[in-house]
Design a protein around this ligand. Structure first.
Ligand code: TXA
Ligand code: MG
Length: 331
């Protein structure tokens, strides 16, 4: 467990912005206003910071996060834009629109932040405080709404404080957020697809960008925070090619091993490859390594990845949830 941070409420003046950027760069958690709702930010490239963010929110699952960047040039370093994405970004950025796009192979965002998916949600906020922090930090910042899991999205610094006191380092108080509703999310993978209704009305997107945006087939475009938004052909969770054998207490011939803590499983010396989520059994470190280790083991070509038991405490609950999904047979 990490020590509880003392939460400080600060003003968005020059010194406050510089401090927010410093805390983020050092792996800390900073809540800040956007034009939609307050976000809880962490350095997108720092897997351990992202793991702490999930812990602070108390999310029982690793839901993929939105990467916030200062401009489209920075967004291009993370994701590939097709023609509709270009059109939407040109029309609505900066602003309350999030685009889900194919992740670039060299995308510097931690695997945990995208929950191991090949897509990434990107947004360029228009709120001056959010923009100042992004420019000063000069790095992508992942930020879910700054509420505890299960609570509504916060629109004032006081809401954030009520939910996250003692769980985050800084709250930058920029007053009430102008829109009070989360960003609208559109996936531009093949044809554009509306994933979440939000602050930018669908009709306006269709009018300004001159493209049809079919309503989601299920009325599921409501942000439950517990599931990635994945209607239609979108993959909702990371799925390795290899089969996962969970709670493994011994390694069978030909298997690779995903370990946690001291490698006390029988036959581990025969494993074709062993990767340890956290040799000292730290669940924050384990979460940060989860998707990258799974990918690396999957890339070895073994048919089965044996996974040592993960305690069901703290982030272990979310780790077990993802492992269970990754182990489920695919339809
Ligand atoms: O207005 C907003 O969007 C706020 C501010 C802080 O930017 N952020 C926000 O984030 O609402 P969050 O994490 O509360 O909601 C993001 C939603 C989640 O439902 C998540 O599953 C979905 O976006 N999402 C993120 N990446 C995705 C992806 N690659 N594919 C599908 N859904 C994704
Ligand atoms: Mg939310």
């Amino acid at each position: 467990m990490t020590a509880e941070p003392t939460t400080q409420l600060i003003k968005p003046d020059g010194a406050g912005i510089a401090r927010a950027a410093r805390v983020l760069a050092a792996g800390g958690l900073v809540a800040f206003p956007t034009e939609t709702v307050y976000g809880l930010g962490a350095d997108a490239g720092n897997g351990a910071a992202v793991a702490r963010l999930y812990e602070a929110k108390g999310r029982p699952r690793f839901n993929p996060l939105i990467a916030h960047v200062p401009d489209i040039a920075a967004a291009r370093a993370l994701a590939r834009f097709n023609e509709s994405a270009e059109r939407l970004a040109a029309a609505f950025w900066p602003g309350p629109l999030t685009l889900v796009l194919p992740k670039r192979p060299d995308c510097p965002v931690a695997e945990l932040a995208t929950a191991g998916l090949d897509t990434i949600a990107v947004r360029v906020p228009s709120h001056p405080v959010a923009r100042d922090i992004l420019v000063a930090g000069a790095r992508p910042i992942v930020a879910p709404s700054a509420n505890r899991s299960g609570q509504v999205s916060p629109t004032t610094a006081q809401h954030v404080l009520a939910d996250l006191r003692g769980r985050v380092e800084l709250i930058v108080d920029g007053g009430p957020t102008p829109m009070g509703l989360e960003s609208t999310i559109v996936a531009c993978l093949d044809r554009p697809m509306l994933l979440r209704l939000g602050a930018l009305p669908r009709a306006e997107i269709e009018r300004v960008a001159a493209l049809a945006l079919p309503a989601p087939s299920e009325p599921a475009a409501v942000d439950s925070e517990e599931l990635p938004l994945a209607p239609g052909q979108l993959v909702s969770h990371y799925a390795p090619r290899a089969r996962l054998r969970l709670n493994a207490r011994r390694v069978e011939a030909g298997e690779v091993l995903l370990a946690l803590g001291p490698t006390l499983v029988e036959g581990s010396e025969h494993a074709a490859r062993v990767l340890n989520l956290s040799p000292r059994g730290d669940l924050i470190e384990a979460a940060a390594n989860l998707f990258s280790h799974l990918r690396a083991l999957d890339g070895c070509g073994a048919a089965v990845i044996a996974v040592m038991p993960v305690p069901h405490t703290g982030l272990g609950e979310a780790i077990n949830d993802r492992l269970k999904r990754a182990a489920a047979p695919r339809g």
